[in-house]
Structures are given as structure tokens and as C-alpha cells.
Design a protein around this ligand. Structure first.
Ligand code: AHG
Ligand code: MN
Ligand code: MN
Length: 339
């Protein structure tokens, strides 16, 4: 069968690099290495049911969460490949308490923050999971290994951000600041091909994603906003439909393509997590970068813009309200007591 001459992700990266004469090709090199790691993880995820890789590794991570074998595999795959890629000076991973150094002599001018496997609770039940990544330029001088100060940078300063979703197909969705583009992995060829050029998130939606099991623990504006979305009013397209997969990447991806709002607000369920569950550096900030690049919004449940938050520590948690602009702004009106 003559396969269409699709645009590979490498070709797309080179083409977008041409838009920036000052580009040195290092960011392209970094993304290409990350893509190799993603393909490796994808192969493992698709085989997980057969290979002895499901279930718990017996370890717990900095988040105090039980680490699944696939979490550990994904973390090691990215860490080992990127430590020697030559384009980054330091990394941080959801699975590691401290910043991860790169191999001496291989330091580069970028930094990498990543959630190696997002949606771990869905690994053993064959529901879509993903990897999320965020790239910044280093702050410290362009030599030697980096440190936390190179990683603790506002989301608005990202030079690239994206995710790979391991679902019915494996897709890579990322932005380097010139829009959001989606690539689908052709497993027969082992290559990502451009399938969703210049993704724009619908300005308003019909879906909301939130874990309603936490309803009792939410603040009043969140509850009132949800009641509003569930009320019957045909003229304003209500009630919305509920869609909650429990993998942030999958919930975000659906909303990016079809429109929707995802909410993980702070709740009063766990005093140890007063700022909600999701992490700023490698979950909220990269997805907020994509949301804004695609014409959407991302704020906290006290109205701050995610991309303008100055991080204070690597595993800092933030409440996340993200998705279609109309719906996020409407949430802001409930927050401000205007509704
Ligand atoms: P991770 O698997 O990387 O720890 O992330 C899980 C997150 C996110 O993917 C999802 O939106 C959220 O946990 C679901 O949390 P609840 O089970 O509390 O709804
Ligand atoms: Mn996650
Ligand atoms: Mn994770």
C-alpha cells in the first residue's frame, strides 16, 4: 500500500526552526531525543498487558504515591536518554525528589521538567495515560550543570511544552510558541506524522471534567459553577455533559480537540494538599502553555493566570481550571461573586 507522504515530526521541527533564523538546532535536537523516549514508552505501554510491567513497583515517590512499574520504566527511559542528549543542564521529574543532573560534559542550554506517566491510576485498567514535558532556557551561565533556579521559571517563559498520549493511538501534541500541532504515531513505520496541524480549542464547549467525588470538599464558587453547568437552559447549551477520565492528559486532550473545561480545584479533603493535587512545573504549566497557544485559558481557583505564577519549589501544587476561554472566564465570574 502506498503510504501518503506525510509530514514527519522531524520535518515539522526543521520547518518551524526555519521561522527563527537565530535557531541553533539545539531545541530541535532536544525534542527529537524526547520523541525517541516517547516511542520507547509507547511500545512498553502497548505491551504492558503482556510484559510483566503492570502493577506496583513496591516503591513510593516524593509525592508519597505508590510507584507503578510503568511509571518507573517511563521515568528511567526519559531520565537516561535525556541525561546524555547534550541539550539540557538539569531535569526534574514527578518521580524524583531532587533535581536530576545530566552526565558531566553533556550540559546544554535548556532544562526539562516532566511527568513521565500521567494517569497512573489508569495503567492497569487499559485507560489512556500520557507523558507531559516542559522546556525552559537555563538561567545560570551557559556552562556546567544547572540547578533548581534553572527549573523554577514561570510557565510563560517556556520555549516548548507538550504531551504524548498513549491511547487508541499514540499522539504527540506540542508547541514551541508557534501554535499547537498534533502528530500520530504510525506503529508500522515507527514515525510520528502530522495529523492535527494548528489545533485551536473551541471557544466554548459542552463538556466539563471534574472529580465530583470531591464535591463536599470544594469551596462555594466551585459548587455554584458546577450547579450552573448542570442546570437546564437550552439557550445557553446547558446542561453540559460530564466527561472525567482521571488522566489529566486524556481529559485535557479531549477538551483541546472538542472543547471543554477541566477543573482540579483545591479541596478541603487532604490538609497536606491545600493547593489541590496537580503540580505546576510538569502538569499545569505545560498544559497552560498549550491551552493559551490554542486560544484557550488556564487559571487557578483564585483567578491567577497559571503561566504567570513564579514557582517556589519543584513539586509545588496548584489548583487548575483550564480549557475553552468562554467557560474559564465564566468560572472567573463565579469566583468574583458576579454570578
Ligand atoms: P499522576 O498519575 O501523574 O500522579 O497524575 C494523576 C493526576 C491526573 O492525571 C488526574 O487528572 C488526577 O490525578 C486524577 O486525580 P483524582 O483521582 O483525585 O481525580
Ligand atoms: Mn500527572
Ligand atoms: Mn505521573
Amino acid at each position: 500500500m502506498n503510504r501518503p507522504l506525510g509530514v514527519t515530526v522531524s520535518r515539522h521541527i526543521i520547518d518551524s526552526q526555519r521561522l527563527h533564523p537565530e535557531a541553533t538546532g539545539e531545541l530541535s535536537g532536544l525534542l527529537n531525543e524526547l520523541i525517541v523516549a516517547a516511542k520507547t514508552i509507547s511500545a512498553e505501554v502497548n505491551m504492558a498487558g503482556l510484559a510483566d510491567i503492570l502493577g506496583m513497583s513496591g516503591k513510593t515517590n516524593i509525592q508519597g504515591e505508590h510507584v507503578q512499574k510503568l511509571d518507573e520504566f517511563a521515568n528511567n527511559t526519559i531520565k537516561r536518554r535525556m541525561a546524555r542528549c547534550g541539550y539540557i543542564c538539569v531535569m526534574t521529574s514527578e518521580e524524583e525528589a531532587d533535581a536530576i543532573p545530566v552526565v558531566e560534559g553533556y550540559e546544554g542550554k535548556y532544562t526539562l521538567a516532566f511527568d513521565p506517566l500521567d494517569g497512573s491510576s489508569n495503567i492497569d485498567v487499559n485507560v489512556s495515560i500520557g507523558t507531559i514535558f516542559s522546556v525552559h532556557r537555563r538561567r545560570t551561565p551557559d556552562d556546567g550543570s544547572g540547578d533548581d533556579s534553572d527549573l523554577l521559571r514561570k510557565g510563560r517563559e517556556q520555549v516548548a511544552a507538550g504531551y504524548i498520549i498513549y491511547g487508541s493511538s499514540t499522539m504527540l501534541v506540542f508547541s514551541t510558541g508557534d501554535g499547537v500541532h498534533g502528530f500520530t504515531l504510525d506503529p508500522c513505520v515507527g514515525e510520528f506524522f502530522l495529523s492535527h496541524p494548528d489545533i485551536r480549542i473551541p471557544q466554548r464547549s459542552k463538556y466539563f471534567s471534574i472529580n465530583e467525588g470531591n464535591y463536599t470538599y470544594w469551596d462555594e464558587p466551585v459548587r455554584r459553577y458546577l450547579e450552573h453547568l448542570k442546570a437546564v437552559d437550552k439557550a445557553s447549551g446547558r446542561p453540559y455533559s460530564a466527561r472525567y477520565i482521571g488522566s489529566l492528559v486524556a481529559d485535557f486532550h479531549r477538551n483541546l480537540i472538542a472543547g471543554g473545561i477541566f477543573l482540579y480545584p483545591r479541596d478541603h479533603k487532604n490538609p497536606a494538599k491545600p493547593h489541590g493535587k496537580l503540580r505546576l512545573l510538569y502538569e499545569a504549566a505545560p498544559l497552560a502553555f498549550l491551552a493559551e497557544q490554542a486560544g484557550g485559558r488556564a487559571i487557578t481557583d483564585d483567578g491567577r493566570t497559571i503561566l504567570d505564577i513564579e514557582p517556589e519549589e519543584l513539586h509545588q501544587r496548584v489548583p487548575l481550571i483550564i480549557g475553552s476561554t468562554h467557560d474559564v472566564e465564566l468560572f472567573g465570574e463565579f469566583l468574583a461573586g458576579k454570578r
